[in-house]
Ligand binder design. Structure first.
Ligand SMILES: [Zn+2]
Length: 417
C-alpha cells in the first residue's frame, strides 16, 4: 500500500470532532459547525501542499498543479455536511481519501501530468432551502437564479447563505467547469446500503446512479362519522390508500425480480385527513419514491401503478389523482473510468462488485460535465444517515488505495466513452 491508513484514520477522527454536541455526528449544511469544519479542512489541505480557494459557488478546492496538462484536471470530491444525526463517513470519507492521495503523492515525490483538485462540494445534503447538491450544481451549471432567490425560515436567501460560506454568487458563472478542463471526476463514498457488507465484498465499482421518480398521490373519499356510517356505505380514503401502498410494493417486487436492473419503490410519507380517531378518512395524500438504473422501468412502474390504483378506487368507492414531482433520469458512469477502477481492484487483489448507486451524489452533477466514476466502501450493517454509521479503518484504507492507483492510471490515459 502506498497510502497511509493511520494518517487517513486520524483525519477521519479529527473531522468527527466537528459535530453538534447535542446530536452526534451532525454538521448541518450552512451551520456554524459546517463552517468550522471547512476551516479545519482548509488547514489540512494546506498541510498536503494544496493551493486552497473557495469558488464562487462556495466549493472548497485544494489544487496541485500538473506537470504537463496544467489546464486539465483530475478532480476528486464529495461533501463535508451531514444530515441531522448524520455520520462520520457520509461525504467526508471521499474528501479525506482525496486528501490522503495528495499526501501520498507528496511523500513519494510523484508529480501527476494532470492537475489534481480535491473538492468539498457545498451543501450536498437536503437543507432548509429544499435544494441539495448546491456546490456541484453550481459547478456544473445547474444552479439557477430561481434557486438562488429561495429564502429559508430565517429569511436568508440561498445566495446569501452561499456567500456566507465563502462563495460569491454575483459571479456564480466563474465556478462553472466543463469537459474542456476536467479530465476525470472521481468520488469515493460509503455505500450507505447493505450489499457490500452482507456479501463481504471490499469495494463497490459503481456502474450507474439510479434515476428517481417521485409521484404525489391524492386519494379522495368522503369524511364521515365513524360510528354512524355503515361499513357498506363508506368512501374510506385510508382503506383505498392502504391497498395502493401494498400495490406499490407488489409492482416494485415484480420489477426487482426481473433481475435486469436495480429497482426499488417506497411510500414513506402519508398524510391522513382529517386524521381523527372517530372520523372515516376523507382524504389521504402520499408520496411514492421510485428509483431504478433503468429509466424505462420507472415508466413501466408508473403505468402499472395507475392501472392498480384505478381498480382499487373502483372497489373502494373512491377517486384519486397523481402528479410527478421529481423526475431525474439515471446517470451512467464513464465506461473507461469504471474499467480503470475495476482493473485497479483486480491488481490490488481487492474483491469488488459492479453495482448501482441507489442514492444520489455530487457525482451525478459532475457526470454531466466530466467522465465520472465512483467507488463504494462498505457501511457496517448497511446503516447510514445515523450516528451508528461505520466503516472499518482497513476498508476505508483499501478504498483510498484503490482511488490513488486509479488516479495514477487515469493520469496516463485518454478517456472517452
Ligand atoms: Zn453523501
Amino acid at each position: 500500500m502506498y497510502t497511509d491508513g493511520k494518517r487517513l484514520w486520524d483525519s477521519v477522527e479529527a473531522l468527527a470532532e466537528y459535530t453538534d454536541a447535542e446530536m452526534p455526528f451532525s454538521r448541518l449544511p450552512f451551520s456554524q459547525m459546517h463552517g468550522h469544519a471547512r476551516k479545519k479542512l482548509e488547514h489540512m489541505f494546506r498541510g498536503a501542499d494544496l493551493e486552497v480557494r473557495i469558488d464562487s459557488a462556495g466549493n472548497l478546492i485544494g489544487r496541485l498543479e500538473g506537470a504537463k496538462w496544467k489546464d486539465r484536471v483530475i478532480m476528486i470530491g464529495s461533501h463535508s455536511d451531514t444530515v441531522p444525526g448524520g455520520g462520520r463517513f457520509d461525504g467526508i470519507a471521499g474528501i479525506l481519501a482525496g486528501l490522503e492521495l495528495a499526501h501520498t503523492l507528496k511523500d513519494r515525490g510523484v508529480r501527476l501530468e494532470h492537475s489534481l483538485e480535491i473538492v468539498d462540494f457545498l451543501a450536498e445534503e437536503h437543507n432548509e432551502f429544499g435544494v441539495s447538491c448546491i456546490g456541484s450544481r453550481g459547478m456544473s451549471g445547474h444552479l439557477s437564479s430561481e434557486h438562488l432567490t429561495i429564502v429559508n425560515d430565517n429569511g436568508e436567501s440561498l445566495s446569501a447563505a452561499i456567500d456566507r460560506m465563502g462563495g460569491n454568487t454575483i459571479r456564480l458563472g466563474d465556478a462553472r467547469r466543463t469537459d474542456r478542463d476536467l479530465h476525470a471526476f472521481l468520488e469515493l463514498h460509503i455505500e450507505q446500503g447493505p450489499v457490500l457488507y452482507s456479501t463481504d465484498i471490499e469495494i463497490g465499482v459503481v456502474a450507474d446512479v439510479v434515476g428517481i421518480r417521485r409521484m404525489e398521490v391524492e386519494v379522495q373519499g368522503q369524511a364521515n362519522h365513524a360510528g354512524t356510517t355503515p361499513m357498506n356505505l363508506r368512501h374510506d380514503a385510508m382503506v383505498a390508500a392502504a391497498d395502493m401502498v401494498v400495490a406499490v410494493n407488489c409492482e416494485a417486487l415484480k420489477l426487482d425480480a426481473e433481475g435486469k436492473s436495480y429497482f426499488v419503490a417506497t411510500v414513506g410519507r402519508l398524510c391522513v385527513s382529517p386524521n381523527g380517531a372517530n372520523v372515516v378518512p376523507g382524504r389521504v395524500n402520499f408520496v411514492i419514491d421510485a428509483r431504478s438504473s433503468d429509466d424505462k422501468m420507472l415508466e413501466r412502474f408508473a403505468v402499472a401503478c395507475d392501472a392498480a390504483f384505478e381498480r382499487i378506487c373502483e372497489e373502494r368507492s373512491t377517486k384519486y389523482c397523481s402528479s410527478v414531482s421529481t423526475d431525474s433520469p439515471s446517470t451512467r458512469c464513464n465506461s473507461r473510468v469504471v474499467e480503470a477502477i475495476a482493473s485497479t481492484c483486480e491488481a490490488l487483489g481487492a474483491s469488488h462488485l459492479r453495482m448501482s448507486s441507489g442514492a444520489g451524489h455530487d457525482a451525478v452533477f459532475m457526470g454531466k460535465i466530466a467522465p465520472m466514476g465512483m467507488l463504494f466502501v462498505p457501511s457496517r450493517a448497511g446503516i447510514s444517515h445515523s450516528s451508528e454509521e461505520w466503516t472499518e479503518p482497513a476498508a476505508l484504507h483499501l478504498g483510498t488505495e484503490a482511488l490513488y492507483r486509479t488516479v495514477l492510471t487515469l493520469d496516463k490515459c485518454r478517456i472517452e466513452d
